[in-house]
Write a protein that binds this ligand. Structure first.
Ligand code: IMP
Ligand code: MG
Length: 176
């Protein structure tokens, strides 16, 4: 199946059924490991809003959730610098924090998040990312909860966008 977003053609890459299978597995792992710690979930806007919505409903506990705005992509290219548009809540101190990302690409965004968060002295930090591009990854942190590793291709859907379009598809598509 093909879709067209902003004059670019994309083809089906990961159908909703596969996405939901991975989300359920990740939610079970996170529930098992972290439920007792009352973790604070910090998903990054905007890409992870779909993933967080599904993850939150698949967890077996009611997780406090605080969305954080970080941007590094302009068009189809990583801009190389990360801007934060919301201050972190002071409530991170002493809490176990789960950073929730739609995708880790170069890792720059996550690295900036980790550095900002560490200054707030959380009890611990876990990283949950639905997707990961190992070939463009340039950092050294580990992803604790991962949906799937994918090739270094531009994808969209399930929260991921091309200039803010294409986020609402239930499936994930790759540039044709
Ligand atoms: P990083 O800082 O290079 O790891 O990029 C992370 C952010 O870039 C993600 O949170 C996404 O918002 C965005 N991004 C990375 N790869 C893609 C892609 O293939 N499609 C759409 N957005 C992407
Ligand atoms: Mg993102």
């Amino acid at each position: 199946m093909m879709i067209r977003v902003n004059d670019i053609d994309f083809k089906l890459y990961m159908p909703e059924s596969e996405i939901q299978k991975e989300v359920a597995r990740m939610a079970a792992e996170i529930s098992r490991d972290l439920k007792e710690r009352n973790p604070l979930f910090c998903p990054t806007l905007t890409g992870s809003f779909m993933f967080m919505a599904d993850l939150a409903r698949a967890l077996d506990f009611d997780a406090e959730t605080y969305f954080v705005k970080y941007t590094s992509y302009i068009g189809m290219q990583s801009s190389g610098s990360v801007r934060s548009e919301l201050p972190f809540p002071e409530k991170c101190r002493g809490r176990h924090v789960v950073i929730v990302e739609d995708i880790v690409d170069t890792g720059l965004t996550m690295k900036a998040m980790l550095q900002a968060l560490q200054q707030l002295e959380p009890a611990g930090i876990s990283i949950a990312s639905f997707l990961f591009k190992p070939t463009s990854f340039q950092m050294d942190f580990k992803i604790d909860y991962l949906g799937r590793s994918i090739p270094d291709d531009f994808i969209l859907g399930y929260g991921l966008d091309y200039d803010n379009y294409g986020r609402c598809y239930r499936d994930i598509y790759v540039k044709a």
